[in-house]
Structure formats: structure tokens, C-alpha cells
Design a protein around this ligand. Structure first.
Ligand SMILES: [Zn+2]
Length: 668
């Protein structure tokens, strides 16, 4: 009974400000033009009639007016959903809605019938809504104080020091705190407005910026939060407690000031200043126009999660939720990860959960980048190697493709986060973006992806296509083996060497014996370093089958080999022990065994002289049939048979070995 009395009182309070017309709603959205928005956002909003929605209606805006007693887990809410029809005559439709009690529904101010079948709030419109026309739905609902704590959480002393109300509904528990289309594929193009009425001894925060705080009847205050950017339900949030606030700013590359607004419990004020001290540096790093580009929203901030918050952080748009144990420091990786989500996850959101690696892989990779920037290259290598170990551990018990993981595994740390970070790193390698701390073509592709899907949603195929456009590469094989298939390559590398004049010929074999829960073959290029008597030489295998045999011409004698010396590939590699090395020839007449080549012939680089080897391929009659250059040479068009390779790499070799050649057998 107590709950009902409270409900009536709160509902009547809510009615005072209720049922604005469409015009009034639009009036509310004037903040879209009087707040500084990035040019791209203006463009997006100007063309915001294009529905990215994949269902019968398209949500344009959510407005939520909550009244939170802060003494129990109940609340009342007046919700307004502004939506447009995607079908010729929208008459019946539903929102996701669970664990809540709907009291009444209105359309443009007039009551309409509703039902609440399991998990839904179904509405019948009095007159059908024509395609592209929009309407305003008012939903008056409440949450019982005894309701199950899903999506919305409330705790009070002595469980916690201060009463605390908050939401965290990722991925699909958001309809347990408000009525919504609880999937990422329908962003509210015009953003959201969350207004929170709480006793005046409490503070409340939500997405976006605080417009004002006004007095409300009964010793209460209303906190008016507005977010003018497209947003989907899992990124919406509010928190209320006895918070203190810390404001600072950071400057975007264009000179625009981005407010940083943090809420924390008063006892944590000093600790927070330490724990969050790197945020401006992180943001400056990511927002660099050569990296991700300017920070995409009107504000950034953080708020602690509820007591027992089981995740490290949650990337609610503009207001990250952080585990209470993380706010005092030592959680730079988590903070960095959540900040990176503002670009990858929030600005561009995976269209369906099958593509979840686009969010988590990107953010996990970004975390490695910044920590490497902060602590140096060796730290980076060690940090990302740790992610590989975590993935390998997961792989041993169970592996599945990153794309379209089982629903219960969409946030599998080893596969979605750690392998996801590695896939981004490997994509850098494949695209040739390998200079340390110098963003290159892969970052250009990433920014093109950001520009193409800014404030919208994207799929794995979108990301692949943008990368192919930016680099001119065919990346189908890469996504097939690393994203759409599972596992990783397990290599065995064997090699032997033969002197060739003052050069050395290396004959090496790379064998893949992958686990049964891995793709059979990874065509990933595989770098190896021959550690030479002199400077070392990097060479690369281009596997076309599970056994790849290649020939490399080195300037100095190789003494050992290091597979993947800069950790570009998520692999394990064993250099086989006890491989017979060919004895050095004792007589000039000795002819080494021919090298068998299938498809590609590789030449190394003279690392002592920093010059590229060149060579000629002669047929059995001494006629030149090909000029060879450093790296992979396609010899597949040559007829199978015996050829002679003659190094022609500059004066030193021309003088001493011009006539020396060795045999190559081109095989099919
Ligand atoms: Zn994440």
C-alpha cells in the first residue's frame, strides 16, 4: 500500500509537466543548435531523417523524467518517445519492456490502449501513422520497490555509505529500466534527455551536459541532463547518490574545449584526482588528427558503479561507469579502454551483437596503443603479449569465431577483447602500417570508417570494405581466417643454409599444424628474422598451404632465426631443433641442392648496406626470364623446370659473383 500511495503522489507531480505537443518537444530540442556540436554532427543531424532503424519504427528521441525516492528501489517515470514510421501504415508496434508496470500510454496527448505481453509493451495507434511521419508517445510507468535489480540498481546504508541509484543495462537489460527498442540498430538520432528528480540532499547525473538544476515540490531538486547526439539504449544511463563533482577540461585538436565532468563520493575526491589524472593526456592522444580524430561528443566524464559492480567499466555515452575499486588509480588500462569506446562503440556502434568485436577489439587495441605510448615500446610488447596468453588460455578450453559469438559469450574476454586487439594489430601489419608510434594507412582507414558511420552503426563487412578502399588490398582472406573463422596458427619452422659466393642462401620451411578448433590454414604473412653474423635480415613467408617452402638470399651468414620478432602475428611457432644444415662446400665446383619454389620466390634485404637485393632468373639456356626484386616475386607464370638465379645487387656482388648462380626448381 505504501508503494501505491507514493506512486499516486509522484505520478500527479509528473503530470504537471506532462504531455507537451510535438512543437513543444521540438522546442525542447533547440539545444541541438545552441550547444557547440562538431561539424560532422551538425551534418548528421541535418540529414537525420535517414532511418538506420531496421524495424517498423525509427526512434528519434527519448525523454525520461524520473522521480527517485532514494529510500527504496522503486521509482516513477514519465517517458516520451518521439518516433517515425518506417512502414506505410504503422498501427500496432511494441517496445521492449520488462520488470516495470505501465500505468497509461498517450499518443499526442490522447490515451491509447496498451498491453504488456511478456517482455513487451504493445501499443495500438488510434489512427495509423503514415511512413516517415512522426508521433509522440507518452508512457507513464513505475517500478515496484521489490522489483528484481536488473538494469536498474539501488542500494542504501548500511550496504553502502550513501544511498545509490544507477542504471547499467548492457547489453539488453535497458528495457528493465525504461521502454525502448533494446537493440543497438536504432539510435535515437536526436539524442536523449534524462531529468532526475531526487531529494535535495542528493545529486544526479546522466548522459550529456547538465542544463540546469531546479527546485521541485517536497524538498526535491530536478537535474536536467541533455545529450544532443545519436544514442542507443545500452549507452544511456543515470546515477544518483550523495556525489561531489570535479570539473576540468581538455582541448580538442580543433581548439574546441571538451568539459570533463566527474561525479564521485566525497570521500573519494582526492583519490579520483589521482586515478583520473591521465584522462586529458589519453584524450589528447586519441583525438590527434592522425589517430582517431577529435573527441566526438560534447562532454566526457565518469561516475562510480554500484557496490558490487561486476565489470571494470561501462562505456555509457559521455559518462563512463567505473568499478569503485578502480577510481583511486591503477586502472589506466580500463579508463583508456572506456574512453576509446567513445569513438569505437559509441560514435560508431556495432549494428548487431554479431559484430561486437568492432567495439571491444578496437577498445582493447586502443588500450595497448596508449599504454605503449606512455611506457614505451617494450611495455607495449609485453602488454599485448599478455593479451595473447589470455586468448591462448581461452582457446584451450573453447574457441569460436569472433564474428557472431554465442549470445552468452559476446563479452568473452579472451576471444572478443584480447584476440580482437590482436586482429587490429595484425591488420596494421598486413596494411604495412608498421612504424612504431607513427600512425599510417591503417589509421587513415579507421578515420574513414569513423567518418562514414559517424553517429551511426556499422558491421564487420563495412569495416572490411572501408579498409579495402583505403589500401587497395583484397582483405577477404584476412577477415575470413581471423574474424569469420576461429583459432590461430601453430607453426613449425625449419631451415638450412648454404654459402653462395659471399652471400648465403637459406632454404626454410614453415609448417602449420593448427589445432582442431582452429582454421586449417592461415594465409597470414609471417615474418622471421635471420640473426646473422653481421646485421640481421627480416624475411617474410606468404603461406598458400599448410607447408610453405621458401628461399631467401642473405648478405651475411645466418646463425639463428627468430620467428615473428616484433610480435605482429597471433601465433605460436617452434623452431625445430636438430635440423640438418648443409655442410659448407669445400670446392668451388660444389653445387648446392636446388631450391624448390612454388608460386612465390622471396629475396631478402642486404641489411648491412641497407640496399635491396636484385637478381635475375635465367633459364637453362642462360636467357633472362625474370627480374627479381626484394620480397615476394610471383614466378607462377613460368613453366615448371630448372632455372638459375643470379644475384645482381650492386657493385660488390656484381664484381665478385656476377657469374655465380644457383639452381631454382619452379614447381607447380
Ligand atoms: Zn569495452
Amino acid at each position: 500500500m505504501k508503494t501505491i500511495v507514493l506512486l499516486v503522489a509522484l505520478a500527479s507531480a509528473a503530470v504537471v509537466a506532462a504531455t507537451p505537443s510535438i512543437e513543444e518537444i521540438l522546442e525542447d530540442r533547440l539545444y541541438l543548435t545552441d550547444k557547440p556540436l562538431s561539424t560532422a554532427c551538425r551534418m548528421r543531424l541535418a540529414g537525420a531523417t535517414d532511418a538506420e532503424s531496421l524495424h517498423s519504427y525509427d526512434v528519434r528521441h527519448y525523454r525520461l523524467d524520473f522521480d527517485l525516492p532514494m529510500t527504496n528501489a522503486g521509482y516513477t517515470c514519465h517517458e516520451q518517445v518521439w518516433l517515425a514510421s518506417n512502414v506505410p501504415a504503422l498501427d500496432t508496434f511494441s517496445f521492449d519492456f520488462a520488470g516495470l508496470v505501465c500505468d497509461s500510454v498517450k499518443r499526442n496527448g490522447v490515451a491509447i490502449p496498451f498491453t504488456t505481453p511478456s517482455g513487451r509493451l504493445s501499443l495500438d495507434l488510434d489512427t495509423p501513422l503514415p511512413q516517415h511521419d512522426s508521433t509522440l508517445i507518452d508512457i507513464f510507468f513505475h517500478r515496484e520497490s521489490t522489483g528484481q535489480q536488473v538494469g536498474y540498481f539501488f542500494a542504501r546504508p548500511p550496504t553502502v555509505l550513501h544511498a545509490h541509484a544507477m542504471t547499467c543495462g548492457c547489453p539488453r537489460d535497458n528495457h528493465y529500466w525504461f521502454a525502448c527498442w533494446d537493440w543497438p540498430n536504432d539510435k535515437a538520432e536526436r539524442g536523449c534527455m534524462i531529468n532526475l528528480t531526487v531529494p535535495d540532499t542528493f545529486q544526479a547525473c546522466a548522459n550529456g551536459v547538465l542544463d540546469s538544476v531546479t527546485s521541485a515540490p517536497g524538498a526535491k531538486k530536478t537535474w536536467w541532463w541533455r545529450h544532443g547526439y545519436p544514442i542507443c539504449p545500452y549507452l544511456m544511463t543515470f546515477s544518483a547518490s550523495r556525489f561531489s563533482r570535479w570539473d576540468t577540461t581538455v582541448t580538442n585538436p580543433g581548439g574546441e574545449t571538451v568539459p570533463l565532468i566527474y561525479y564521485m563520493w566525497p570521500r573519494d575526491s582526492a583519490a579520483t584526482r589521482n586515478g583520473y589524472r591521465l584522462v586529458p593526456d589519453m584524450m589528447t592522444y586519441f583525438a590527434d588528427t592522425n589517430r582517431f580524430g577529435p573527441y566526438p561528443f560534447e562532454r566526457f566524464g565518469m561516475v562510480p558503479g554500484y557496490y558490487g559492480f561486476s565489470w571494470g567499466g561501462m562505456e555509457h555515452q559521455t559518462q563512463v561507469m567505473l568499478a569503485p575499486g578502480y577510481i583511486g588509480g591503477g586502472a589506466e588500462a580500463t579508463i583508456c579502454h572506456e574512453l576509446a569506446h567513445m569513438w569505437w562503440g559509441d560514435m560508431v556502434t556495432h549494428v548487431i551483437y554479431a559484430d561486437v568485436w568492432l567495439n571491444e577489439g578496437f577498445a582493447s587495441w586502443a588500450e595497448c596503443l596508449y599504454l605503449g605510448h606512455l611506457n614505451g615500446r617494450a611495455y607495449f610488447q609485453g602488454y599485448i603479449a599478455g593479451k595473447a596468453r589470455t586468448y591462448f588460455t581461452q582457446h584451450r578450453s573453447r574457441d569460436f569465431p569472433m564474428y557472431n559469438p554465442p549470445w552468452a559469450q559476446i563479452y568473452n574476454y579472451g576471444i572478443i577483447y584480447c584476440k580482437g586487439a590482436w586482429v587490429m594489430r595484425m591488420l596494421q601489419f598486413v596494411e604495412g602500417d608498421t612504424a612504431w608510434e607513427k600512425p599510417g594507412v591503417m589509421y587513415r582507414a579507421l578515420r574513414a570508417y569513423g567518418d562514414s558511420f559517424r553517429y551511426g552503426t556499422a558491421s564487420t563487412e563495412d569495416f572490411k570494405r572501408i579498409n579495402e578502399q583505403a589500401t587497395g588490398l583484397d582483405l577477404g582472406w584476412f577477415f575470413d581466417e581471423w574474424v569469420y573463422d576461429r583459432g590461430y596458427p601453430k607453426y613449425t619452422l625449419t631451415w638450412n643454409k648454404q654459402p653462395l659466393g659471399d652471400s648465403w642462401l637459406v632454404d626454410a620451411t614453415l609448417i602449420q599444424r593448427n589445432d582442431t578448433n582452429s582454421a586449417r590454414l592461415f594465409r597470414m604473412p609471417y615474418p622471421v628474422r635471420f640473426n646473422c653474423d653481421g646485421e640481421s635480415t627480416l624475411a617474410t613467408f606468404y603461406p598458400q598451404d599448410t607447408l610453405t617452402r621458401d628461399t631467401f638470399l642473405l648478405a651475411s651468414e645466418p646463425l639463428s632465426v627468430t620467428p615473428d620478432p616484433d610480435d605482429w602475428v597471433l601465433d605460436s611457432c617452434r623452431v625445430a631443433a636438430g635440423v640438418e644444415e648443409s655442410p659448407k662446400p669445400q670446392a668451388a665446383s660444389h653445387r648446392p641442392e636446388p631450391t624448390i619454389v612454388r608460386g612465390l620466390l622471396h629475396l631478402g634485404v642486404d641489411s648491412r648496406q641497407h640496399t635491396a637485393y636484385r637478381a635475375e632468373l635465367l633459364d637453362i639456356s642462360g636467357r633472362k626470364v625474370a627480374e627479381l626484386h626484394p620480397g615476394a616475386n610471383d614466378v607462377s607464370r613460368l613453366a615448371p623446370g630448372v632455372y638459375f638465379l643470379r644475384p645482381e645487387s650492386g657493385e660488390r656482388h656484381a664484381a665478385s659473383n656476377g657469374k655465380q648462380a644457383f639452381r631454382v626448381v619452379v614447381a607447380k
